[in-house]
Structures are given as structure tokens and as C-alpha cells.
Design a protein around this ligand. Structure first.
Ligand code: TRP
Length: 331
């Protein structure tokens, strides 16, 4: 039997190359050898996205991104988290087995508290209970569908470790294997995906490159990647260049070596390097871009796919909740 790979993407904005390289591409790669459970974590996004129109638009964008990049909704499961009420029931049940100290130690919450204190504010200023309890909901996401592996970025590793811990505790407490113990799979090579300014690509740094930009907009965006002020003739160091770092993440090893050689030889300007980056992006993402915009212009197709995904996923989530309720004695 195939093992299960599960991951979720939060609809907090337009998916960018960091999401693609760090989460979507590796997750799709795994679909060759694993049963997949990939979903839109909309109720996780609710801790920050609190505008209905914005949320709906973000959900469609994330759905269209997965589908355009090749996720096959016929295989495995593809759904919107909020469509599966059992997840929220499980989240509550698991929270009763989760030490409060885990939540205190969760990175996202801890960082927020540290920032508040540094600013001389109340430690819990602007911390809603959704943010505080975020890991409990994530535990339910992961344990509901018996995930064996969870491909995530490094920042999510702690959350998957919480899920592991809670699965082990719960199973031990009741003396039976109710939950599968999951393992995080971290993409090391794409650990730090540079944004326009060379810092980690992140919406909060305002340095992102969207996955699907029309050629013209893409060119303009790539123009903003920060480089040094070396002239065309000067030999350049590829490894310290933000353009090259991104190029490497998309190009074949041969293409990468060839561009590195051009950097070192001199006679190549930053505009040329950016054009090469554009070529490789167009090559790899151009065809998916058509599909992405088609879906966004026909959201009823997305609705249909999500309704189908919901139906399929709820067969499994209901089965799991039957087992959990029987274990808890709540029926
Ligand atoms: N918290 C994840 C993020 O911010 C998204 C997410 C929600 C997730 N539930 C999940 C990832 C379950 C993996 C498994 O990126």
C-alpha cells in the first residue's frame, strides 16, 4: 500500500515563487510515489485574512494554482479545509490532549509575543485565540487523514512535530493505534528562497514574485531584483547573486553551469542574467499560467472540483471520526 503525503497551503495572498519551490513543487513531485492529500487551509488563514471578498479570492487563487501546476483531483484528495466539519471536531478533541505549554512554545505565537514585548506592548496584544491555538487545528488536519509524511517549509517543522507528539500520546493513552504518526519532510535545497531584495521571499517583506505573471509584468518584476553595481565587462560571482540563486532553483544542472561560466567570464550584464531567469521561468511556468487564468475566469469549474473533493474527503473524515468518538466514548 502506498503511503500518504499531506500538506496544506494557507490562502493569505497570491501564491509566489517561494510557495511554489518550497511547498507546491515538492508536494507534486511526491504524488508520483505517494497517495496525496493536499488542501486549502482557509480556516488557518482566518487568523489574519478577515475580509470575506479577500478570503474568497485568495481561496480561488490557491486552488487554481494547485490545479494549473498539475494536481490531479481524481487522484488522492483535494479539498478546502472549511468544507470538512470533522476536522474542527477533531481539533477540539485533540486540544484536550495537548499541553498548553506546547502552544506557548509555538514559534508563530512566541515571535509575536517577543515583538510585542520589544515594543513595550502587552505581550498578547493582537494575538487572537486562532493564532494561539493554530497548532491544534494543524494537528487535526494532519492526523485526520493518516498522513505518513508532511512536506513543509522549515518554519512548519515544529507544527508537524507537535502532531507527532499528540498522535503518540493519544494512542498511548487509549492503548490503540488510532492515529498514524506523521513525519515532516523538509525541502533543504529550497530552504531559503531569495526574494527581490535577497531576504527570504515572504509576503511580509514585500519582496515576492508571483508564480503567474504575464511576460511583461514578469520582466518588470525581475528588473527589481537587487544586484550589485558591477559593470557589464566585469567578471561576476554567481553564488552571491540573487538572480543566479533563483535561476539555479529552476534551471537544469547544465543550464546552471553554463550561466555560472558566463558570470565568471565577464561581458555579461545584469539585464542578460535577468533575461535568462525570465526564459527559464517562462519555460517552466508559461503553460500552467494559461490554465491558471482560465480557471480564475471560470471559478465555477473550481467550485465543481472542490465539491467533488469535499465529498471524497468526507467519506474518510467521517470514518476517522467514528473511530475517534468510539475511542472517546462520545457515542
Ligand atoms: N501552517 C501551514 C503554513 O502556514 C499551512 C498548513 C495548515 C499545513 N495545515 C497544514 C501544512 C497541515 C501542512 C499540514 O504554511
Amino acid at each position: 500500500m502506498k503511503k500518504t503525503s499531506l500538506t496544506g497551503i494557507k490562502p493569505t495572498g497570491t501564491p509566489h515563487l517561494g510557495n511554489y519551490l518550497g511547498a507546491i513543487r515538492p508536494a507534486l513531485e511526491l504524488s508520483k510515489n505517494y497517495d496525496t492529500v493536499y488542501f486549502i487551509a482557509d480556516y488557518h488563514a482566518l487568523t489574519t485574512v478577515q475580509n470575506g471578498a479577500q478570503m474568497r479570492e485568495n481561496i480561488y487563487k490557491v486552488a487554481a494554482t494547485w490545479l494549473a501546476l498539475g494536481l490531479n483531483p481524481e487522484e488522492g484528495l483535494f479539498y478546502k479545509q472549511s468544507d470538512i466539519p470533522e476536522i474542527f471536531e477533531l481539533s477540539w478533541a485533540l486540544s484536550c490532549f495537548t499541553p498548553k505549554g506546547f502552544m506557548n512554545r509555538a514559534h508563530a505565537y512566541k515571535d509575536k509575543v517577543a515583538k510585542n514585548m520589544a515594543n513595550g506592548e502587552d505581550p498578547d496584544a493582537n494575538v487572537n485565540m486562532g493564532l494561539y491555538g493554530y497548532p491544534c487545528l494543524m494537528n487535526a488536519d494532519i492526523l485526520m487523514f493518516k498522513a505518513d509524511i508532511v512536506p513543509v517549509g522549515k518554519d512548519q517543522k515544529q507544527h508537524v512535530e507537535f502532531a507527532r507528539d499528540i498522535a503518540i500520546r493519544f494512542n498511548k493513552h487509549f492503548g490503540k493505534e488510532v492515529f498514524t504518526v506523521p513525519e515532516p519532510v523538509i525541502q533543504e535545497s529550497t530552504d531559503v528562497i531569495p526574494g527581490l531584495d535577497g531576504r527570504k521571499m515572504s509576503k511580509s517583506y514585500d519582496n515576492i514574485i508571483d508564480i503567474f505573471l504575464e511576460s511583461k509584468a514578469l520582466k518588470k518584476k525581475l528588473g527589481k531584483i537587487v544586484t550589485n553595481s558591477q559593470g557589464i565587462e566585469e567578471p561576476k560571482d554567481p553564488d552571491s547573486c540573487n538572480v543566479f540563486k533563483l535561476y539555479k532553483l529552476f534551471a537544469t544542472p547544465e543550464q546552471t553551469d553554463a550561466l555560472a561560466a558566463r558570470y565568471r567570464a565577464g561581458g555579461m550584464g545584469w539585464g542578460h542574467a535577468k533575461a535568462e531567469l525570465q526564459n527559464v521561468l517562462e519555460e517552466q511556468l508559461g503553460p500552467a499560467r494559461e490554465k491558471y487564468f482560465h480557471l480564475l475566469n471560470h471559478t465555477e469549474e473550481i467550485d465543481k472540483i472542490l465539491a467533488y473533493g469535499k465529498e471524497k474527503a468526507r467519506i474518510r473524515s467521517k470514518e476517522m471520526m467514528d473511530i475517534v468518538r468510539e475511542t472517546l466514548g462520545t457515542f
